[in-house]
Design a protein around this ligand. Structure first.
Ligand code: HEC
Length: 170
């Protein structure tokens, strides 16, 4: 009789411990990171955006009708498909199928980008919090149409897609 009580008590304690740990794990996905950490990620994304913008401007400055294929190859290597932290996203005859919006954030951000609006969000993706943002892109340089032959010869104010960045929040 006594042994049974001990066993029952043991099972009771075990159930409590397991449910407490499951609740804690589940809540980890819910609790957003503190404001300072979000700000840090936001500032990181500002630096990252400036760097990428400078790199792309350099590439556009160098693009001529003679080196379009090399330029496309170069941009493709910079925006390596394995790197999900920076992506060029669009649906107008995309140069790479992988550049279509691939999740809820990108679909929302892309729709807003076509209206010229930026979008940001703090999200749990896979196993990590991220600061995510999208920067709308317009056909703002004549070189765009050299590589994207379906775009009008610019510059025009047509919105064509977005640059999407994501910064892990540590
Ligand atoms: C030197 C060639 C080149 C020039 C110039 C260029 N792009 Fe691109 N662009 C690319 C390549 C290559 C990709 C695909 C990158 C990848 O592999 O993900 C791309 C991707 C994109 C995408 C994502 C959708 C898609 O078509 O794949 C958008 C939107 C975009 N570029 C906008 C622009 C705009 C706006 C300009 C002008 C300001 C521009 N690009 C100029 C080569 C170019």
């Amino acid at each position: 009789m006594r042994l049974r009580k001990v066993i029952n008590y043991g099972i009771f304690v075990l159930v409590i411990v397991i449910s407490c740990s499951l609740t804690t794990i589940a809540r980890g996905f819910d609790i957003p990171p503190p404001t300072q950490k979000i700000e840090f990620a936001q500032q990181t994304s500002d630096l990252m955006l400036a760097t990428l913008f400078a790199a792309l401007t350099q590439e556009f400055d160098e693009t001529t009708p003679q080196n379009v294929e090399q330029g496309k190859h170069s941009i493709s290597l910079i925006f390596n498909d394995k790197n999900k932290d920076m992506r060029l996203v669009g649906t107008f005859g995309p140069l790479r199928e992988n550049d279509r919006p691939y999740d809820k954030f990108e679909r929302q951000a892309h729709a807003l980008a076509l209206a010229g609006e930026a979008y940001t969000s703090v999200q749990w993706v896979e196993d990590q919090w991220y600061y995510r943002r999208s920067i709308p892109l317009s056909n703002f340089r004549p070189e765009c149409a050299l590589c994207h032959t379906n775009y009008q010869v610019g510059p025009t104010s047509q919105q064509v897609g977005a640059l999407m960045l994501r910064v892990p929040i540590k």
